[in-house]
Write a protein that binds this ligand. Structure first.
Ligand code: A2R
Length: 310
């Protein structure tokens, strides 16, 4: 008799990472169910799709009771640091109350379900050294604080209720399909539109001196699949490239794709209230435990994104 496919529920399935994770899990042979607050996006091949607000505890309870998934990944979030400064209350509602609702629903209806929650490098205290999972935590934005709270709740559910939950601290990731509200797609779109215009042009940027650790989203979702399959209960894993790049050097790479003259205008109103000069991961834990390594260079990722705007 054919073995039943393992069922994975992706909450926040319509977002940037959701599309890539759906493809990753489907091609690895999972049955995939989607849930998000918007109408279903075409394409992914979900076995079911539910419109869901994760802040609504009854709706989350009902979904998990109906689906009883083997795996659940929560990608639903107020996902931008900038937006969390505009609306800290919303960041707490979606990023803290939402995952609490998910864990509570799993505890009641799917106690064997393995749950992966997505945290962030924004949880760490600023440091010029590569950050390991034992580096100090601070949370210098509403977004960072919301992700620290999510992780603490995950640990509580793992320790106190025996839930099979683990969390990432994901560093910056980018790639085709990311909103131009984020920095690298914004650069790519602006440079591509100068290229499309056939004339020289100016691009508007914020603080180019910050150094960040960027991975391609396709590598990141592979890490998420491997964490679902082999990550350890109650643990936290950095997911990043381990390499720091200044936004200036990444912008230079993108400008190099264009044959037009591109000038850069630095707009101080685009600077954030707090911005760590450098955030770089040490990913020895996930390399050692899962054998995960990034495979797509940031230059390739930028090229794919730039070409998607031509
Ligand atoms: O904001 P929308 O309407 O685009 O919908 C987003 C959805 N979402 C929600 N779904 C259900 N209930 C909610 N209360 C709720 N609030 C937001 O989650 C969107 O479709 C999805 C998140 O997708 P993105 O904003 O594109 O985030 P991304 O880059 O896929 O990040 C996935 C995870 C998040 O935990 C981030 O904080 C982390 O990776 O970096």
């Amino acid at each position: 008799m054919a073995r039943r496919k393992q069922k994975a529920l992706i909450v926040g399935s319509n977002g940037f990472v959701g599309g890539h994770l759906s493809r990753e899990l489907l091609s690895a042979g999972y049955e995939v169910c989607g849930a998000d607050r918007g109408a279903s996006v075409s394409g992914p091949g979900f076995s079911s799709y539910s419109i869901l607000d994760i802040v609504d505890s009854l709706a989350v309870d009902d979904l998990v009771r109906r689906e009883r998934p083997d795996y659940l990944v929560n990608l639903a979030a107020l996902s931008s640091v900038g937006a969390s400064w505009e609306s800290p209350q919303l960041a707490m509602m979606i990023n803290v109350v939402g995952p609490t609702n998910i864990l509570e629903a799993c505890r009641r209806h799917a106690p064997e379900c393995k749950v992966l929650l997505i945290g962030s490098s924004e949880e760490y205290e600023f440091s010029n050294e590569p950050l390991t999972e034992t580096s100090p935590i601070a949370g210098d934005s509403p977004y960072g604080i919301s992700k620290i709270a999510q992780e603490r709740i995950a640990r509580l559910y793992a320790v106190s209720f025996g839930c099979n939950v683990l969390a990432t601290r994901s560093f910056n990731h980018t790639g085709p399909g990311q909103s131009t509200a984020f920095v690298l797609p914004s650069f790519c779109r602006q440079v591509a539109s100068i290229q499309n215009s056939g004339r020289a042009g100016v691009i508007e940027v914020g603080n180019l001196d910050v150094v960040r650790d960027f991975s391609d989203v396709r590598d990141v979702v592979r890490a998420y699949r491997m964490l679902l399959e082999r990550g350890r209960r109650g643990e936290v894993y950095n997911v990043g490239s381990g390499e720091g790049c200044s936004l200036r050097s990444l912008l230079d790479t993108i400008i190099g794709f264009s044959t037009q003259d591109v000038s850069v205008h630095v707009d101080p109103t685009r600077f954030r209230p707090t911005d760590a000069p450098k955030i770089v991961a040490n990913c020895a834990k996930i390399h050692k435990e899962l054998g995960w390594q990034p495979a797509i260079s940031i230059a390739q990722s930028l090229k794919d994104m730039y070409e998607s705007f031509l």
